[in-house]
Write a protein that binds this ligand. Sequence first.
Ligand SMILES: CC(C)(COP(=O)(O)OP(=O)(O)OC[C@H]1O[C@@H](n2cnc3c(N)ncnc32)[C@H](O)[C@@H]1OP(=O)(O)O)[C@@H](O)C(=O)NCCC(=O)NCCS
Length: 383
Amino acid sequence: MNSTVEVPRGLAGVVVTETQLGDVRGREGFYHYRQYSAVELAASRSFEDVWRLMFRGALPEDVTERAAFAAEVAPLRHLPAEVREALPALADATALSGPLAGLRTALSLLGASAGFRPVYDVDPERRAADALAACAAVPTLLTALHRLGQGLEPVDPRDDLPYAANYLYMLSGQVPEPAKARAVEQYLISTIDHGFNASTFTARVIASTGADVAACLTGAIGALSGPLHGGAPSRALDTLDAIGTADRIDPWIRERVLAGDRIMGFGHPVYRTEDPRSRMLRGIAREFGGPLVDFAVEVERQVEEILAELKPGRELHTNVEFYAGVVMELCGLPREMFTPTFCAARVVGWSANVLEQAADSKIIRPAARYSGPTPPEPVPAFG
Ligand SMILES: CC(C)(COP(=O)(O)OP(=O)(O)OC[C@H]1O[C@@H](n2cnc3c(N)ncnc32)[C@H](O)[C@@H]1OP(=O)(O)O)[C@@H](O)C(=O)NCCC(=O)NCCS
């Protein structure tokens, strides 16, 4: 007899596995990586430190441990020749859809050319080595695809620069100002993981089949690319542009909300209080200052007031997308690279989840309730 259990649509709130990687507490406005507050990690640690925490279970305890992990991952930024040579054609073919679409193919190629093996067939050390290689290559692939799409030559990675500074360097060809590199690093750290979101779940479903790390990550990138997940950080900034000036905020927002539209960068499926990433990124944006930041702060103030009036009791505040867009714009990232930049961080979280899932031999295989015509009907004769 088949036994089935009914769960809420979209699996909302359904616990499907255990994890030691982290969690989100929506009512408290708090999320964590392992036992540490993610926001505190972003404030005080490097990207590589947190990467090590996610992969190896502990932060580096001293400068030697920190330097050892950084020195282990930096050389993995360089792409194998067969992948590098394929990128111009890939950038051409994905000119309309952008670097994230190209990344899916490039990562598959990287995995195949580097000999990634199904996680089912290899030991934990080999799985972790494949995941490390994939994560380290993602920023190089994304920035090369972006530059090729702009008619520019890719910029080779530099092993002497930290993760975020090297990312900005490969994007523009210039070593970034320390304040900008640090702001992007903090954003990247805050984006590494965020509970059992759709792309993380996707990565784990694929890992549960025993497929290789590149297959898991490629599927996760596909999930992230959707507008309901990671595909929208530039839209909040587009909203600021569309409003234009402070005197237009009130009428612009009211008209949209009364028409039933959603204001981009506000509301969250889990947080019922301020998104802690939004609070952190607002602080970073304020340190830079300038007209864009002043305008964003004023838009936030008025939109929260209007939403509280027109949608009473819904607790609608800014989400990560609102100030992430502002910070990335201030740091010179092109809007086309907003979601890819999100991906350059989240790939570390996906990989840690893949490694955790690979240690569990149970395949994730839920059920669906069949709602079509009652079977079995006779198959119609043909001819
Ligand atoms: C993120 C989001 C999908 C969360 O949705 P959710 O928690 O399922 O929210 P609900 O769909 O339950 O909405 C609750 C109410 O608030 C309203 N609401 C939610 N977000 C809103 C927004 N950004 N602007 C205006 N109204 C909003 C809904 O219309 C709904 O109103 P109703 O009860 O009168 O129908 C939603 O807030 C949204 O679309 N935000 C804008 C897009 C965005 O910023 N995405 C990035 C997410 S990180």
